[in-house]
Ligand binder design. Sequence first.
Ligand code: GEM
Ligand code: ZN
Length: 375
Amino acid sequence: MYITSAFDSGNIEVLSVESPNAIELKIRPDTNSEFFQWFHFKLVSAHQEEHVLTIKDVAGAAYPKGWENYQAVASYDREHWFRVPTEFNGSELVIRHTPEQESVYFAYFAPYSWERHQDLLQWAQQSAWVRQEHLGETLDGREMSLLVVGEPAEGKRNIWVTARQHPGETMAEWFIEGLLEHLLNEDEPVSRQLLEQALFYIVPNMNPDGSVRGHLRTNAIGVNLNREWAEPSLERSPEVFHVLRKMNEVGVDCFLDVHGDEAIPYNFIAGCEGIPSYDKRHEQLEEAFRTAYLAATPEFQVTHGYERDAPGTANLTVASAAVGERFNCLAFTIEMPFKDNDDLPDPYQGWSDSRSRQFGRDTLKAVLDVLPMLR
Ligand code: GEM
Ligand code: ZN
């Protein structure tokens, strides 16, 4: 038997591989950070019996409640991912699987590779609606890429969508893939109406280095980018610095920052109720978006989610709060589950890459519904 994570977004440490039912592993924390939860590795084995893979010491993970009722994903072809029997016993995550082929991949969620990211950028660029812009470089020297979708014209609104500040939240980039497929489909009336009235500024991957390094939550030097939006710097958070500079250049009328949540088994959004400038108009605009989102897809709900911030208590280092305050605009953090949507459970795949893509598509209808109200 052999286990490796020596590939894009790989993360596992092998402690021991005694026998198929005695494989002990550990998750490597992000560089210079205590955060860990993302795992992604390959098992090669000729044994046709049940393998028991025990990931040790997971109680110290970033979000331990994320292990409750969590099922790991597996794949033979790296395209189709399915859930496998997984149990959290308070300190270990125990994955049980009888391989049907000589090798199988396991991950915390369906990975989104750097190669696929680059393919997405070049695919989108083939559309006459799209311009690809280089915003700057990350600390490992990777490109921060922006896709500008639409024809600039007087009076159009600027809709910004960023994804994967937290690199282990790969559902965020699957969401963007679906949103782009819909937005660039000229047979889609929602997309055609949107592009008549708006320009989209889309950053499919806010954290290239953390993605490739197999991090859960931070960039190459262990910085949580979603706490850098008050004072980003080239030294600590060039990813945020470059994006915020472009936002200041062109302006923001609506901002969606796409994430994944380890513990809460639902899709939900978190708004700007705690920012200093929050007023009745902003509240009504947020309510209109929630209503539109509920109408756009049964995968969205407003019952479960983060506690709402008390007035004036928002953390202005967080992207949606910082941008909502800075540009006095509608700004939401969008959260999808690592587990499943318990309102619409799917035992085979749970929440998945394909459902994330569909959710991205459906989000555009909610954006269209509130477009006339943004300013
Ligand atoms: C969260 S968003 C921060 C909390 N936001 C609100 N409004 N309560 C984060 O960065 O901790 C997003 C995430 O991690 O997915
Ligand atoms: Zn996140």
